[in-house]
Write a protein that binds this ligand. Structure first.
Ligand code: ATP
Length: 214
């Protein structure tokens, strides 16, 4: 395959980023795109896949941090690793330098094998990381912070304080609203979200058509 302009490959596919804060409705929106036949690549899922048993990155982590970071069933001890990088900034940057390029390559690979007219990359940190460089346009699933906290706490039984802490590590709502090309307002019910997804899908299909034509 031949690399095309940013966010596209060999004039075949248009790549679209989908982001939003914790509990904003990214999964709800991407499930609707999937129903419409669109391939969705989830950056969080890819991040777990690249450290699955048998993957070279898991081996490197065990070599660097020690075999005690691998659980009896061969999977990564995420809690232990989280605790380690929380208290050790060198360890954190070593891990990021190892994983970020591997995750990025795996995302690119998965987007490129998408068979749909356009493909979506879902990432909670699309703008905060360099992942926005992989897509031609971006969608923000947007809700006021009060709704974000309410929905995220109902779903995860996380305390409001824990959710606020996670929100503090994410880019501000205003900043994301300025950077996004499309905004899905998820402050009402799921029917409203699904309608907006279907309308946007039509626009993206014609954008994908134009990508092929040009
Ligand atoms: P995270 O980044 O934390 O994984 P997310 O952005 O993927 O979250 P979802 O999991 O889609 O968000 O939504 C958060 C919760 O809110 C879920 O329990 C979901 O069912 C619910 N939810 C999403 N949209 C709506 C809506 N419009 N009305 C009511 N509940 C909703």
């Amino acid at each position: 395959m031949v690399a095309g302009p940013l966010g596209t490959l060999s004039s075949m596919a248009l790549f679209i980023g989908l982001t939003g804060g914790i509990g904003s409705g990214k999964s709800a929106a991407s499930a609707e795109f999937e129903k419409l036949g669109i391939t969705v690549v989830d950056a969080d899922v890819v991040a777990r896949e690249v450290v699955a048993p048998g993957q070279p990155a898991l081996h490197r982590i065990a070599e660097h941090f020690g075999p005690e970071f691998i659980l009896a069933d061969g999977t990564l001890d995420r809690a232990r690793l989280r605790a380690r990088i929380f208290s050790d900034s060198d360890a954190k940057s070593w891990l990021e330098q190892l994983l970020h390029p591997i995750i990025r390559d795996a995302i690119i690979e998965q987007l490129h094998i998408a068979a749909s007219p356009y493909a979506i990359l879902v990432s909670p940190l699309l703008f905060e990381t360099n992942q926005h460089e992989l897509v031609a346009r971006s969608i923000l699933v947007d809700v006021p912070e009060t709704i974000q906290i309410e929905r995220a706490s109902q779903r995860d039984e996380n305390s409001t304080e824990q959710i606020r802490k996670i929100m503090a590590t994410q880019m501000s709502r205003d900043n994301k609203r300025q950077r996004a090309d499309y905004i899905l307002d998820n402050s009402a019910d799921l029917t409203g979200l699904h309608e907006q997804v279907r309308a946007l899908h039509k626009k993206l299909l014609s954008a994908a058509q134009n990508t092929i034509d040009t």
